[in-house]
Design a binder for this molecule. Structure first.
Ligand code: IMP
Ligand code: MG
Length: 369
């Protein structure tokens, strides 16, 4: 992964793949042009690398020149193309091949056609190393295409993000989600998980995804997934992980610009932990840490009994029930502790003390991630 200015990019197309694509273009074009001596015209700035490599591979005599156009601002193409350096030689009767680094919307290509409509060239061919078919909005024929890519911003091999990245010999693609801190929050009943989740959410601008809340929301609003989940619950069956993951996926997508997520109530099993990893991977992200509040059983029992006196929650009133819930928590989460520990992602935090003391301990862990 690399960072240019404020954005993160991941490896996408290797130098070898680029080299192969340019070799293919050179071969194809040479075969079509026969003994004609073409004029290759690179469109600056982006095309300087591809033109350089291309002409080195071109097996026959050729001429090379450049024009300089500019259209991009940040990560968006603009309609307004500026002609910074135009044509400086007479191309009457010549076979001209435009060499582009990338064709995106086709706005630049339109400008190229405008420029060449006034020249009496014998023929005008368009070659591009990269092409984004989903973004292309014009009808001009693209005679030679190196590699088709999805409609996502790329950098490297001549392509820049606000000036940076042109020098990189391979191509990187913008990450679907930018840099995130994703936590799985754990704690036995009575550990103060809810209070601390609220604090973490505020301090780090994270989105708190409580699986229970997500279920209730989907069922209440009768979303397709909510209806499906309810059909299992009504039969007394567990909702399959697949359904839960789809709900979580929707939550993550709704908050794609978030700084990260706090997962609460999921995962509960190793299979679910793996499914969550797979989900985050599709967002070019990952789980950074399992943070578990650690509180001695006797303290928990005392806290919950106290809470039971005021909250009226029946499961907080009975010591035997409380001890059972705590035991259940440890037997269920042991495997997850194992799972995340083996990846050095388990962080136990002492959950005994004042709320402020505990938040300080949690911050210390998260600030180091
Ligand atoms: P178009 O005019 O939208 O076809 O875009 C063409 C120009 O926009 C290219 O010559 C690049 O300078 C720039 N461009 C388009 N897509 C990208 C990209 O993914 N990364 C960097 N620059 C791009
Ligand atoms: Mg360009």
């Amino acid at each position: 992964m690399i960072k240019l200015h404020d954005k993160y990019f991941k490896p996408f197309i290797s130098a070898q793949e680029i080299d192969d694509a340019i070799s293919r273009l050179a071969k194809e074009i040479a075969a079509d042009l026969g003994d004609e001596i073409p004029v290759f015209i690179g469109i600056l700035n982006g095309s300087f690398m591809v033109v350089s490599d291309f002409v080195k591979k071109y097996p026959k005599p050729c001429e090379v020149t450049f024009i300089k156009l500019a259209s991009y601002e940040g990560v968006k193409s603009t309609e307004d193309i500026q002609r910074l350096i135009g044509l400086t030689q007479d191309l009457s009767g010549r076979t001209v091949v435009i060499i582009e680094d990338i064709i995106d919307t086709g706005n630049t290509l339109e400008e190229i056609h405008r420029i060449f409509s006034k020249e009496r060239v014998k023929s005008l061919k368009i070659a591009t190393l990269f092409y984004k078919p989903e973004a292309y909005k014009k009808d001009y024929k693209l005679h030679y295409v190196g590699i088709e890519i999805p409609n996502k911003f790329i950098v490297g091999f001549g392509l820049d993000y606000n000036g940076l990245g042109r020098d990189i010999p391979e191509v990187y693609q913008i990450k679907t989600t930018q840099h995130m801190t994703n936590l799985v929050l754990f704690g036995p009943p009575g550990a103060g998980k809810g209070t601390q989740a609220e604090f973490l959410k505020e301090k780090y601008s994270l989105v708190h995804i409580s699986t229970g809340d997500v279920f209730r929301y989907n069922i209440k609003n009768e979303t397709a997934l909510g209806v499906l989940a309810k059909s299992y619950m009504d039969k007394g069956d567990l909702v399959p992980d697949e359904v839960t993951i789809k709900m979580l996926n929707a939550e993550v997508d709704k908050n794609a610009d978030a700084n990260g997520f706090i997962f609460d109530g999921f995962p509960r099993t190793e299979a679910q932990a793996k499914a969550l990893d797979a989900l985050m991977e599709t967002k070019d992200s990952s789980i950074n840490a399992m943070v578990a509040l650690e509180v001695d059983d006797e303290v928990l029992v005392k806290r919950l009994l106290e809470r039971g006196q005021t909250s009226g929650r029946p499961d907080d009133a009975n010591e035997e029930v409380i001890r059972k819930r705590i035991a259940e928590y440890y037997s269920k989460t042991a495997v997850l502790k194992e799972y995340y520990s083996s990846q050095n992602k388990y962080f136990g935090v002492d959950g005994v003390g004042s709320i402020e003391e505990i938040t300080v301990r949690l911050s210390a862990v998260i600030d180091k991630l």
